[in-house]
Write a protein that binds this ligand. Structure first.
Ligand SMILES: O=P(O)(O)OC[C@H]1O[C@H](O)[C@H](O)[C@@H](O)[C@@H]1O
Length: 551
């Protein structure tokens, strides 16, 4: 059996890649205007998952491309890697960890073992405790220190302990109780927590301190500030009724002053950016209820099963990943836009920025060699139609190729049907315009003065994926997230990199810890001895401030 962790990117070295490269030379000069009308294309390049219709036909690719890309994925060992992930093998080799976010949504009774222990049973034990707490808090059975029910829930976390729950609560806000406030505090910038707490009443506020490690400086700083705010108003004893912790690190949770009974655990085989289905999703469960959370997990699970069972040529997350490789490595694309035509998904691009860029922003292979090819692109986006009045100019007429995902819904979560028709008309119009463009002949035929013709030409041939969801409900959202999670896995395997570590965030953290004390006006450290001239001058400038320090 091949070693599933063995690094073997097929890029540049395999017959499958050579075949793909030769095929690219044929396809790249062709225009989407012509490709789109080829018979059989729509059937071959669209897929249906429960609740999500995916149209890949507006790609600068043909059904043959998908077949050749699937062969590259086979050669890369994607099949073995998927199996290894589901088995609980330590595919995060640089940290020696299993990668088992799929176990977070495995049905009760399924068995996945890590070091001999059935982790699915552990998952369901925590889910049951979360359900019980969520029910008590939502029903008003859980009382604060003064006997009042909880009215505001403030999640304090950052990165994966913030972006996932914040994005999901926003996406499903129409299912939340309008009488309950949900807030997310992440930034160490005091402006974040200061503003978040300004209009809240400590007696009815519950803090959820979310941190996998429980050592993240930003989160602990915010949590301590929140604790002081609460204790100043209600006294030390109030902490037990107003603070919950979500973490893998019980010792640090206890050290902070939260008792184990108020802690919901998860495990080191859940990556931060893959953790919204774990205890980290507690604020989601509080917002949409335990049944809604079950639906979310069911949506994840549907795509997990699709990843495992569908042939690569008909496997949506695999194809999304492979089409990304196609543009990055053969067309030279260095960015990828995600454009949700659903206001509720306004935080989805930010969520995907961590998921994709922290996972695949790597430049060494699994065995530590410098890669000889490009890896993860810059991921960005804003909800439509706002983006159309801002950066779409560049998408249509700029000099860079930006493949884009357009995400729309058929049934909106509001009664304003005429708004929705207009929104969807825009989504369809944009993808059509990006593909077809507008020729000089068409511009001239409209009587445009010759000098303006070049300015009004749209080259077109700009590729897009359309994901048209039946509606934005917990199940569909779970499926959407899982699609991108597995897209990331697919790309990492082809690129031969580890999608599950994040060493690149460490250096800045370490330097901040060093610089912190130097900013004290009484510091005796000579910045010039400690830093480059630019940083030293900035340290001196900040150190000479006159603001009195209040801690
Ligand atoms: O959940 P925590 O341990 O507090 O970590 C929060 C975040 O910070 C780290 O720096 C990592 O880059 C992220 O992957 C992580 O999600």
């Amino acid at each position: 059996m091949p070693d599933a962790t063995e690094p073997r990117s097929p890029i540049g070295t395999s017959p499958e890649w050579e075949a793909l490269r030769a095929h690219h030379a044929e396809v790249a000069p062709r225009h989407l205007r012509d490709l789109l009308v080829e018979p059989g294309r729509l059937e071959a390049m669209t897929l249906d998952l429960p609740g999500i219709h995916a149209d890949l036909s507006k790609h600068r690719a043909t059904p043959d491309t998908l077949r050749l890309l699937a062969e590259v994925a086979e050669r890369a060992g994607l099949r073995e890697r998927i199996d290894a992930m589901f088995r609980g093998d330590a595919i995060n080799t640089t940290e020696g960890r299993s990668v088992l976010h799929v176990a977070l949504r495995a049905p009760r009774g399924e068995v996945i073992r890590v070091d001999g222990r059935d982790v699915v049973a552990d998952v369901h034990e925590v889910l049951d405790r979360m359900r019980d707490a969520a029910r008590r808090i939502r029903d008003g059975e859980w009382r604060g220190a003064t006997g009042q029910p909880i009215r505001a829930i403030v999640n304090i976390g950052i990165g994966g302990s913030d972006l996932g729950p914040a994005m999901v609560v926003e996406a499903l806000r129409t299912r939340t109780d309008p009488d309950r406030i949900h807030r997310f505090v992440s930034n160490v910038d005091g402006a974040d927590i200061d503003w978040a707490l300004r209009d809240l009443d400590p007696a009815t506020t519950l803090f959820i301190v979310a941190s996998k490690t429980f050592t993240t400086v930003e989160t602990l700083t915010n949590a301590r500030t929140a604790r002081r705010w609460l204790v100043d108003a209600l006294g030390e004893d109030a902490v037990a009724r107003h603070f919950l912790a979500l973490s893998t690190n019980e010792a640090e949770v206890v050290e902070f002053g939260i008792e184990p009974a108020n802690m919901f655990g998860f495990w080191d085989w859940v990556g931060g950016r893959y953790s919204v289905g774990s205890a980290i999703g507690l604020s989601v469960m509080l917002a949409i209820g335990p049944d809604g959370f079950d639906e979310l997990l069911a949506g994840f699970r549907a795509v997990d099963e699709h990843l495992r069972d569908a042939p690569f040529e008909r496997n949506l997350p695999v194809l999304m990943g492979l089409l990304g490789v196609w543009y990055v490595n053969l067309f030279g694309a260095s960015s990828h836009a995600v454009l949700p035509y659903a206001q509720e998904l306004s935080r989805f691009p930010a969520y995907l920025q961590q998921l994709e860029m922290e996972s695949n922003g790597k430049s060494v292979t699994l065995d530590g060699q410098r890669v000889g090819w490009s890896t993860g692109p810059v991921v960005w986006g804003e909800p439509g139609t706002n983006g159309q009045h801002a950066f779409f100019q560049l998408l249509h007429q700029g000099t860079v190729l930006v493949p884009a995902d357009f995400i729309g819904v058929v049934e909106p979560n509001h009664p304003l049907g005429h708004h929705h028709d207009l929104l969807v008309a825009n989504l369809l119009a944009q993808t059509e315009a990006l593909a077809a463009g507008r020729t000089a002949a068409a511009v001239r035929a409209e009587g445009v003065p010759e000098a303006l013709v070049p300015h009004k030409v749209f080259e077109g041939n700009r590729p897009t994926t359309t994901l048209l969801c039946d509606r934005l409900d917990p199940r569909t959202l779970g499926s959407l997230i899982a699609l991108y999670e597995h897209k990331v896995l697919t790309q990492s395997v082809v690129w031969g990199i580890n999608a599950f570590d994040q060493w690149g965030v460490e250096l800045g953290k370490a330097l901040a810890t060093r610089i912190g004390p130097e900013l004290d006006p009484a510091s005796t450290v000579d910045p010039d001895a400690a830093h480059d001239p630019s940083t030293a001058a900035l340290v001196r400038r900040y150190r000479s401030r006159t603001r009195p320090d209040a801690h």
